[in-house]
Each structure stands twice: as structure tokens, then as C-alpha cells.
Design a protein around this ligand. Structure first.
Ligand code: SAM
Length: 226
């Protein structure tokens, strides 16, 4: 059964009054927030972020979250994806972020840096068994330099994949945010070797002007990973 995502309706456009204290960039950000139907829908439906809609849409399309599944959510703050996995009946959910996350009933929350050498061991212990799904919506702070930002986000996604391959149960799934570019080729080759089904997806909730997209890999082959 495909569970619906209520499509956010386009309301009237809200004009933002100029204020001396606001920079042009924050003025643009505020106007975009006020006129973004996903922001309004997230607030109405109780999601902590508009990003929740991206996972809802990916899950409707790829059936990622199985009832009872053990899910690891990397880069989880403020918690929209974690809320989605809990509400879609995952069995246990572990959420990690550099930033604090307010408690979410049904999820275990950890604060820390995924790139810490000790983090994979701590996550493995906290998970208490193989994962069925590893999600990475991690995004480093952007520098504004597209090539640098691309390399950094792919680096995080590659580390997440490396870790996922160590803790996923056979048949498990992996989803990670990347940016359109080209240097994710090596990662794609690894994914295609180790998963039966690898796709790129840009959910409708992902802003058109953003080069963000997601790799979705399903059917982890287990033991054959390199
Ligand atoms: N999926 C989230 C949601 O639905 O609310 C939004 C995630 S936000 C786009 C990306 C997050 O990645 C940020 O909160 C950031 O702190 C986190 N992040 C970036 N680098 C990280 C790292 N090295 N370790 C842990 N979290 C990281």
C-alpha cells in the first residue's frame, strides 16, 4: 500500500518587508521559507523539518521502511527523517547528529561527529545488531564553492556507505544525499557491486534549484562487500 504524502498546496505569495538588520541573503531565505508550501505543510502536520517530505516521498517510491526494521539515521537533526521512520513503524531507530536533537518517542538519539574514528564502534554497540536501513541526509556546512561542497558531501556519503556495508543485514538498504557533480562515480561503482538495485532519485520536495539528489541502494548482498 502506498501511503499518501499530502501534496503541499501553493498558497498566496507572502512579501517580506525589508528590515535594516537583515542582509540580502537572509531576506531571500525568509521569503523562500514563508512562500514554501512544504514548510507550511511540515508545520501543519507536525514534522520538524520540510526534509521529512523527501523521505516520505522516497519511502512511497522505494518501500524503504519495513515494519519492525532497525534503522540508522545519520545527520538527523532536527529530526524530520527520524520522525518519519518512527511513524512508519520501524522497529528501532538510532539517530545521530553533530547538533542536539530534542527527544523523539521511539528513537534513540546520539550527539556526535560521524567522522570520529570511534563513532562506527559506538553506533554498532548502540544499534545492538545489524541494520536493515542506513539513511544519510548528512550535509557539511557549505562553503559556497560548488566543487569543494560537492567533494565534502560525497566524502561524507562515502564514509556512510563504508560503515553501512559493515553493519547492514543482507537485503538491507542505503540512502544518502549527494550533489550532482561527477566525483561520486567511485561510490556508484561500489554500490552497484554490493547492492542488487541502485538508483538516483530527486524527490519532489527537494528544491529544483538545488543540485542535491539521493542515491538509493536496495538489496545489500551481504558478505560480498569489499
Ligand atoms: N534529515 C534531517 C531532518 O529530516 O530533519 C535534516 C538533516 S540536515 C539537512 C543535515 C545534518 O547533517 C545537519 O543537522 C548536520 O549537523 C548533520 N551533519 C553534518 N555533518 C555531520 C557529521 N560529520 N556527523 C553527524 N552529523 C553531521
Amino acid at each position: 500500500m502506498t501511503r499518501p504524502v499530502v501534496p503541499p498546496s501553493r498558497g498566496l505569495s507572502v512579501a517580506v518587508k525589508t528590515a535594516k538588520s537583515r542582509t540580502a541573503a537572509s531576506q531571500r531565505w525568509l521569503a523562500r521559507q514563508l512562500n514554501d508550501p512544504y514548510v507550511a505543510a511540515a508545520r501543519q502536520q507536525g514534522w520538524r523539518s520540510r526534509a521529512a517530505f523527501k523521505l516520505l516521498e522516497l519511502d512511497n517510491r522505494f518501500k524503504l521502511i519495513r515494519p519492525g526494521a532497525r534503522v540508522l539515521d545519520l545527520g538527523a537533526a532536527p529530526g524530520g527523517w527520524t520522525q518519519v521512520t518512527v511513524r512508519r513503524d520501524a522497529g528501532s531507530v538510532l539517530a545521530l547528529d553533530l547538533l542536539p536533537i530534542d527527544p523523539i518517542h521511539g528513537a534513540v538519539i546520539m550527539q556526535g561527529d560521524f567522522t570520529d574514528p570511534d563513532m562506527p564502534r559506538r553506533l554498532t554497540v548502540a544499534l545492538g545488531g545489524p541494520a536493515d536501513l542506513v539513511l544519510s541526509d548528512m550535509a557539511p556546512n557549505t562553503t559556497g564553492h560548488a566543487a569543494t561542497d560537492h567533494i565534502r558531501i560525497v566524502g561524507l556519503a562515502e564514509m556512510a556507505l563504508d560503515f553501512a556495508e559493515r553493519i547492514l543485514a543482507p537485503g538491507g538498504g542505503f540512502v544518502a544525499k549527494v550533489f550532482q557533480g561527477g566525483s561520486e562515480r567511485g561510490m556508484l561503482d561500489t554500490l552497484k557491486r554490493n547492492f542488487t538495485n541502485v538508483r538516483h532519485a530527486k524527490p519532489p520536495a527537494s528544491r529544483k534549484e538545488s543540485s542535491e539528489l539521493y542515491v538509493v541502494a536496495l538489496g545489500f548482498k551481504g558478505g560480498s562487500s569489499d
